[in-house]
Design a protein around this ligand. Structure first.
Ligand code: ATP
Ligand SMILES: Nc1ccn([C@@H]2O[C@H](COP(=O)(O)O)[C@@H](O)[C@H]2O)c(=O)n1
Length: 208
């Protein structure tokens, strides 16, 4: 079984993907980390984020099992990831790795922006998880504050909106809801309610 989850930044897709993977005994890949890992390596080497040849080289050596979520979670790395994510050749290389991951038994949950449309177009079930920009900014601000980081709601909201616009308007594999994806709007749902709704969608799709 493959569960494809897409949605905008801080919509809660990663939280749902992790919990669904545990619930259905599947492996999980946060594909955003692959873009973040490449962006972080370019930043660390002081190279321009548009250097596609080096970005592809970095991607070709990426070990999906060694991506450090904590180290890659910084706000500025998310912004840089969204800039490298417009590079078509880099996407080809990362999508190749992501498809390989998805193809290994016993199945997997992948979350990102183009899982239902490009990486796993034949997924067993697809979810497009969203929430209002304000709800997402509130969640991200609270998350940053709880980690002892500085966070200002208004600038987090601006950053989210800018990143969503870039992700949905790029030419290659823009973020969009696949035609056959189930929309899950979690604006008014807490994590538990959203999880139960997602399990319900997946269970019904599997029994259909
Ligand atoms: N339904 C919800 N209600 C309240 N908070 C939530 C909900 N879902 C997730 N959160 C919280 O919101 C924050 C963002 O969630 P998460 O990291 O899962 O989003 P994401 O879509 O994977 O983000 P990104 O695209 O940046 O990786 C986390 O702190 C998470 O605990
Ligand atoms: N399948 C994907 C996943 C991510 N991206 C880009 O990476 C950025 C960071 O992703 P997070 O999920 O960790 O926030 C994101 O803004 C996208 O630009 C992508 O293009 N495709």
């Amino acid at each position: 079984m493959i569960i494809a989850i897409d949605g905008p930044a801080a919509s809660g897709k990663g939280t749902l993907a992790r919990r669904l993977a545990a619930h259905f005994n599947l492996r999980h890949l946060d594909t955003g980390l692959t873009y973040r890992a490449v962006a972080a390596a370019l930043l660390a080497q002081g190279l321009p984020l548009g250097d596609e040849a080096v970005a592809i080289e970095i991607a070709s050596h990426l070990d999906l099992g060694k991506m450090d979520k904590n180290a890659l979670s910084a706000h500025e790395i998310g912004e840089a990831a969204s800039r490298v994510a417009v590079l078509g050749g880099l996407r080809e290389e990362l999508v190749r790795l992501q498809k390989e991951f998805a193809a290994s038994p016993p199945g997997a949950v992948l979350d990102g922006r183009d899982i239902g449309t490009v990486v796993c177009p034949d997924a067993t079930v697809k979810l497009f998880v969203t929430a209002s920009p304000e709800a997402r900014a509130r969640r991200r601000t609270d998350e940053m504050l709880s980690k002892g980081q500085e966070a200002d709601f208004a600038s987090v909201l601006d950053d989210l909106k800018r990143r969503d616009l870039r992700d949905s308007q790029r030419t290659v594999a823009p973020m969009r809801q696949a035609d056959d994806a189930h929309l899950l709007d979690t604006t008014e749902m807490d994590i538990e309610t959203a999880f139960r709704a997602a399990v319900d969608i997946v269970s019904r799709a599997c029994n259909a």
